[in-house]
Structure formats: C-alpha cells, structure tokens
Design a binder for this molecule. Structure first.
Ligand code: FAD
Length: 398
C-alpha cells in the first residue's frame, strides 16, 4: 500500500523490496509472487526502455529449466531457437565445435534478453505484482536491523521510502545496493584490458554457428539473435567512441577479421545499435549483508565473452526466492544463511571460464609469448576430444 506523506513523499512497505527490473529482479519477483510473498519492484527506467534494451541472447539449458519449472518459459519455448554449434577462425585454421554432441550434449536457447524481460514483466503484472517505474533507489538503510528500508526518487522528483523485511539488490553494477554495502564487503575487481564495439545489425546471421574470429587485428564475434538480427563484436582500442566507426568501416573490419574472402561473405545490414563494452569482471563477497541480499550483476559482473551474466542472474534469483520464501513463510533461515556460499561457487566457476575464453579470444599487446600460448590453446581445443568435452560443459553450463 502506497501512502502520500505531506502531499509529497510516498511511503510503502512489502516483505521484500526488490531493486531493479532486469532478469534477476523479475525472476525473483515472479517466484515470490507465486508463493504468496508480498513484494514490490523499484525500477529506475521506464517500462519501454527496459523492454527494448538489447543485451544477452544465449540462455543456458539450466536457465531454461528454471524458467520452465516456474511457468515462465512459454514464449521462450515457441519463439526461441535451439543452438548447439560454434566456429573458431584464425588466419590459418577454421574449425567447428558442435557442442550439442560434446560434454553433456546440451544446447543454448537463443532468445533476446529484452523479450525475456518483457515476458517476465507481463507475467508478474498479470499475477498482481507491483512495479514502480522510473523510481530510482538511492540507498538501502538499516540493513543490519530488523526493518531495513530504501530511499528513492520517483519520476516526478518526489522522494519515496520503501520499508521491507528484506531488500533484494538486483539493480546491477552501478545500483544503490552496491553503494549501500557496509565497509566489510570484499569487492574483487579485474580488468581484462580489452574492449569491444558491440553491434546489433538488422541482418540475418551469416553462419549457422556462433563465430569467434581470432585475428592479428583483434577479435571479431558473430552471434545470431533471431532470423533477421545478428550481434557482432569487434575488439577495439580502450576509449573508442561508439560512433567513431562508420558502418562501412565496421563491415570491412568484420569481413577482414572473419575471413569473408575465404569463408564466404557476411550478410550486411543497417547497424541498429552500438555500444562499447570494457571487458571487466567483479565479485562482491559475501552476497548477504544482514537483510540486504545481492543477485545478478549487483553480485558479480562477468565479461560478456562467455555469455554467463544473465544465466547467473536467473540461477541466483531462483536460489534467493527459495531462501526468502522459506524464511518468510516457515521461519527457516538455513537457505538464507547458505545463499551467498551457494551462489559464489557458481559465480567463481563462471568467472574462471570467462577469463579462459577472454584470454583465448584476444590479441593483447604483450607480444609473441601470449600469441603462441593462444595458438597452443586453440590447437588443443581443435584436436583433443577431452578438451572439447570440458569446453562444451563449461560453455553451456553455469
Ligand atoms: P540488469 O539486467 O542490468 O538489470 C538491473 C536493473 O536495475 C536495470 O533495469 C536498471 O535500470 C535497474 N537499476 C539500476 N540502478 C537502479 C536503481 N538505483 N534503482 C532502481 N533500479 C535500478 N549475459 C548472458 O548470459 N548471455 C549473453 O549472451 C550476454 N550478452 C551480453 C551482451 C552485452 C553487450 C552486455 C552488456 C551484457 C551481456 N550479458 C550476457 C550480460 C547480461 O545482460 C547481464 O548479466 C544481465 O542483464 C544481468 O541481469 P540483472 O538483472 O542482474 O541486471
């Protein structure tokens, strides 16, 4: 229930106040709503913005299983595409790994993150869930006490206060949850030293696999997002402005690095979106600070090289929903106490594989030694079935 105080500030309470309507916050909201736990979501952006923000697209089988288990996968099942192959290209070799036949023989589902987010919002609202759009959380206060609360600024500039028994920080790397962590929180940060120009092209995929091109001029990547839309990545110098490259230069560079002359042309089309991503990662330990709990990018950021971020977000949201439901409906605290350690085990495995992929894919300025290591690593992946099984298991798993 929202009350207006003195005609200005709003005040509302819920058992769980969720910060952020991304995959983590929305899966959590849906799962809590389904078990009858009273919750509310505060989201800084508008609904239109959140539903159109193109980011992830490769969902791991475990993510799909979680969404199916909770009745959240109907559209994903009908509109998503199964995908089980990736191709590595260098200036000398080209080989394909059909990971659907390796390791645990599993496949990704390609389904754009913005579509998943739109589905989760629709499902949550249909079930009676509450979301406050354009409401920016400013701080989480009293997390060490029984009644924590969140201060926020609403769309019209009015302040607001949301009281809860628990606060779920699902508001990403730059959100209020991270800013409100106590001094004792450990923040691991690593910069891979590489940047990508991320592009969304209105063009059908150019190959029926994820493409990873390891070229002397830098990495280039190709990932289907749908029958008419493809994501491309180009390694670029740190500090590159997203608009600095013309479309002509982008397609020329993609063609060169992906060996279009030898392997076939790329299907070109207008660039719909572009942005520069610095490949960094970080982990906050622990994920619980009293009644403030972190999930998704707020808990850990993984560089997009191995497509783990959205998958971790969904996994953590399911664990957190179970733990909060147990605590609020049955008084059980065991799952809440172990929440951080359970998530961190998955997070560090994902970080390890992401770091491995990042080192494999990128030319770095540290010369011949690193270049030779990359070549040896790639050759092992090309020729060793054991290495391929390890790759497949980590590539689709979290
Ligand atoms: P977010 O999706 O960032 O959601 C957080 C929400 O909190 C946002 O809606 C934000 O507006 C809101 N918010 C922020 N601050 C506040 C505040 N103070 N108050 C209220 N609301 C706030 N992952 C994969 O698994 N596979 C991929 O293929 C993949 N590709 C990617 C490609 C790119 C270019 C990028 C950038 C990321 C990619 N990722 C991928 C990572 C993935 O998109 C993220 O890990 C995922 O979005 C994390 O979900 P989340 O809910 O934790 O955070």
């Amino acid at each position: 229930m929202t009350k207006t105080l003195n005609g200005r500030a709003a005040r509302e309470s819920a058992d769980v106040v969720i910060l952020g309507a991304g995959p983590a916050g929305l899966v959590l909201g849906n799962l809590l709503q389904a078990t009858g736990v009273d919750c509310v979501v505060l989201e800084r952006s508008s609904r239109a913005r959140v539903e159109s923000r193109a980011r992830a697209g490769f969902l791991a089988p475990n993510t799909v299983r979680i969404l199916e288990r909770h009745g959240l996968a109907d559209r994903l099942r009908t509109h998503g595409h199964l995908h089980g192959s990736c191709e590595f290209r260098t200036e000398d070799v080209r080989f394909r790994l059909d990971y659907e036949n390796l390791g645990k023989e599993e496949r990704h589902t390609v389904y754009p993150q913005q579509n998943l987010v739109a589905d989760l919002i629709a499902h949550y609202l249909r079930a009676g869930g509450r979301i406050h759009w354009e409401t920016e959380a400013l701080a989480v206060l009293d997390a060490e006490r029984e009644r924590p609360y969140v201060t926020a600024r609403q769309v019209d500039g009015r302040p607001g206060r949301w009281d809860g028994r628990f606060i779920a920080g699902c508001d990403g790397r730059w959100g209020a949850a991270r800013r409100s962590l106590p001094a004792g929180a450990v923040h691991h940060h690593h910069d891979h030293g590489v940047s990508w120009l991320g592009l969304l092209a209105e063009a059908p995929p150019s190959l029926d696999a994820v493409g990873y091109a390891l070229h002397g001029r830098g990495f280039a990547g190709h990932m289907a997002r749908g029958p008419q839309v493809t994501r491309y990545y180009l390694q670029c110098p740190r500090g590159t402005h997203p608009e600095a490259w013309s479309e002509e230069r982008i397609w020329a560079e993609l063609g060169l690095r992906m060996g279009a002359e030898r392997h076939g042309p790329l299907t070109e089309g207008p660039i719909l979106e572009r942005g520069v991503v610095d490949l960094e990662c970080d982990v906050v330990e622990p994920l619980r600070h009293g009644s403030l709990l972190l999930a998704g990018d707020a808990a850990s950021l993984t560089a997009p090289a191995a497509a783990k971020g959205a998958n971790l977000a969904v996994l953590e949201a399911e664990l957190l929903a179970g733990a909060l439901t147990d605590a609020l409906t049955r008084g059980g605290t065991g799952a809440l106490d172990s929440y951080s350690a359970r998530c961190l085990a998955h997070i560090w495995r994902a970080q390890e594989f992401t770091a491995w992929m990042t080192r494999l894919l990128h030319a770095t300025p540290d010369g011949l030694f690193h270049a030779s290591l990359r070549r040896a690593r790639l050759e092992s992946l090309r020729t060793s079935r054991a290495h391929q099984d390890w790759f497949a298991e980590n590539y689709v798993g979290v």
